[in-house]
Design a binder for this molecule. Structure first.
Ligand SMILES: *Cc1c(COP(=O)(O)O)cnc(C)c1O
Length: 380
């Protein structure tokens, strides 16, 4: 089966009890046992729920993996994956991972004896140099947020494997439609389903996908033991979102291309960050591991914070808000919004300047988005 067919059918057979074509929302916590201890397929919904299991099978199929696990948020998925490790273990990760992930690593898990080294993920050699005897995990996001840096999953996974460390790739920005890290050697793929998979800015959710039976067994144990599971209604909403993922991603991608073409000609802009730039320094990696460029981009405005504020105030179709991956176009100022908790010095070191603006392109008519930008640039 091809992608769009899988998105509609994988894991979503007609309901065996009623024949319902859509997977029902199984709002239940517990299940009948015909004799004490003689349990059926389901026992208790933290351990397993038919709506959640349908979502887990669907996401596994979309990533080309064997096993899927759904969580109550991207952060819940991340936390549970990190619990595969033990005190004294070392993790190598990108220096500009999602702020919540950095906070979890740096402010919480470090206190439980895990060690973290942050490297620029663009050069796989940086990962190699950071390896230690106790390195057990390499955690990367690609493209990164908000500068759209690219990590070469194949090269990094190879280095990790040589040190017997597992590679985890956060694939939230590309969604399984444009990128499948398991195919390039990653051991686990993680998603914030809040973003493109849900796709409508109406839920919080997360997922992990793997093809390794031993990793799955441990993650499944942790999912049940830790308990950061999503409710059946949220699972159903993600399943509903997934059905149109291919259509939405195509439009996100087309709209972003048009916006980038416009921005590249706009004299008030210093730089555009976007994986699809013809002169992108990692063009070969982009071509190898991505099938499109997605809907995320950022750009640097001349003049810094004051100019950003003026521009954002003039926009009417774009909504000024955090988050991404929904049908509506969102725009934000990382320095004062998503990255406000990063100390200024570190933020500037990473390249997140005061004049940087991030865009999550929605699926509206491109002409309306372009007119909105043009009006805002003209009048700000
Ligand atoms: C949003 C996001 C997360 C966190 O997911 P939540 O669903 O908000 O918990 C992790 N990684 C990336 C890349 C994200 O965009």
């Amino acid at each position: 089966m091809r992608f769009s067919t899988k998105a509609i059918h994988a894991g979503q057979e007609a309901d065996p009890a009623t024949g319902s074509v859509t997977v029902p929302v199984y709002l239940t916590s517990t299940y009948l046992q015909h004799e004490p201890g003689k349990e059926g397929k389901y026992v208790y919904s933290r351990t397993g729920n038919p709506t959640r299991n349908a979502l887990e099978r669907s996401l596994a199929a979309l990533e080309g993996g064997k096993f899927g696990l759904a969580f109550s948020s991207g952060m819940a998925a991340t936390t549970t994956i990190l619990l595969l490790l033990q005190k004294g273990d070392h993790v190598i990760t990108g220096d500009d991972v999602y702020g919540g992930v950095y906070r979890l690593f740096n402010q919480i898990l470090r206190n439980y004896g895990l060690e973290f080294t942050y490297v620029d993920p663009r050069n796989p050699e940086n990962v190699k140099k950071a390896l230690r005897k106790n390195t057990r995990m390499v955690w990367v996001e690609t493209p990164t947020n908000p500068l759209m840096k690219i990590a070469d999953v194949r090269a990094i996974a190879k280095i990790a494997k040589s040190a017997r460390a597992i590679t985890v790739v956060d694939n939230t920005f590309m969604s399984p439609y444009f990128q499948n890290p398991l195919r390039h050697g990653a051991d686990i793929v993680v998603h914030s389903t809040t973003k493109y998979l849900g796709g409508h800015s109406d839920l919080i959710g997360g997922a992990a996908i793997t093809s390794d039976p031993a990793l799955y067994k441990r993650l499944k144990f942790l999912q049940n033991a830790v308990g950061a599971i999503p409710g059946p209604l949220d699972c159903w909403l993600v399943l509903r979102g997934v059905k149109t993922l291919a259509l939405r991603m195509e439009r996100h991608d087309q709209n972003a291309r048009k916006i980038v073409d416009y921005l590249l000609k706009q004299p008030k802009i210093l730089r555009v960050n976007y994986p699809g730039l013809k002169d992108h320094p990692q063009r070969d990696v982009v071509k190898r591991q991505m099938r499109g460029y997605g809907g995320m981009l950022s750009f640097e405005l001349k003049g810094g914070l004051a100019e950003c504020k003026k521009l954002l105030k003039k926009l009417r179709v774009f909504t000024v808000a955090e988050s991404l991956g929904g049908v509506e176009s969102l725009i934000e100022h990382p320095a004062s919004m998503t990255h406000a908790s990063v100390p200024r010095e570190r933020r500037l070191q990473l390249g997140v300047s005061d004049g940087l603006i991030r865009v999550s392109t929605g699926v509206e008519d491109a002409e309306d988005l372009l007119e909105d930008l043009e009006r805002a640039f003209r009048t700000s």
